[in-house]
Design a protein around this ligand. Structure first.
Ligand code: C5P
Length: 232
């Protein structure tokens, strides 16, 4: 599995994201495009960033009936993204349909990963709002197992869960982990954080890093530091 740093491009629009990407002249980071930018600029932003030579993780977290997800995934696949995702809580049937939709006529497809439980969901909220009475760790591992059963490539999880996911679902099951901060950096609103070096040590396959790079005085230097620590 090729380890890589994915830069979360959480910008409001095209101008902001291109101002940021223009700073990278000798490297083309793997970038994550989320709902905000995608809904603001539409699919054209994906094509334009792809044309500049970046790999793209399109983070739209699909969750709907299997048929709708299947057809939507086919559209995303034609956009030539490298990685995309959905909610594991949409059921195994929805995840299987997603894979089918994502697979191109030549058999290739983007990497497909599942969100288990959002890190904003606490055990208390699961119990009170969703009537899920199991411990959150057990739910996360069960959902990861469902994603594997459906044939997905991996999950988004906290770096603190990556080791357990690998132990449960196998070493080749991809873990994509946000919540990364430099040892001397600001945590911002992330609570459970890990440094790029620690994320490497516990076996994360990809780290998703936003503000430590996008808000840095020198984003290119911050990106390179991240790559040095994580990929080595
Ligand atoms: O700026 P920061 O490094 O905190 O950005 C992390 C990125 O990862 C954001 O795009 C955020 O939405 C995403 N993310 C996260 N925690 C999750 C899932 C996604 O922080 N559990």
């Amino acid at each position: 599995m090729g380890k890589d740093v994915i830069v979360a491009c959480d910008f409001a629009g095209k101008k902001e994201v291109f101002d940021f990407l223009d700073k990278f002249t000798d490297v083309k980071p793997f970038v994550k495009i989320g709902m905000e930018l995608f809904y603001a600029e539409g699919p054209e932003i994906v094509r334009e960033i792809k044309k500049r030579g970046h790999k793209i993780f399109l983070d739209l977290k699909l969750h709907d009936i299997p048929n709708t997800v299947k057809k939507s995934m086919a559209v995303l696949s034609r956009l030539d993204v490298d990685m995309t995702n959905l909610h594991a809580s949409g059921t195994v049937a929805m995840m299987e349909a997603a894979l089918e939709g994502l697979t191109r006529p030549d058999g290739t497809r983007p990497i497909l990963i599942a969100v288990t439980q959002l890190t904003s969901t606490s055990e208390e909220k699961m119990k009170d709002d969703l009537l899920i009475n199991e411990p959150i760790d057990k739910v996360v591992m069960h959902y990861a197992g469902n994603a594997k059963k459906a044939g997905l490539d991996g999950v988004v999880c906290s770096p603190l869960e990556a080791e357990k996911v690998h132990n449960t679902c196998g070493k080749d099951f991809i873990t994509v982990t946000p919540g990364v901060r430099f040892a001397d950096g600001d945590k911002g609103d992330q609570v459970r954080v890990m440094t790029p070096a620690d994320a490497k040590a516990i076996g994360s396959d990809y780290i998703v890093v936003g503000r430590p790079i996008t808000a840095a005085e020198d984003p290119v230097a911050a990106y390179k530091r991240c790559v040095d620590e994580f990929v080595g």
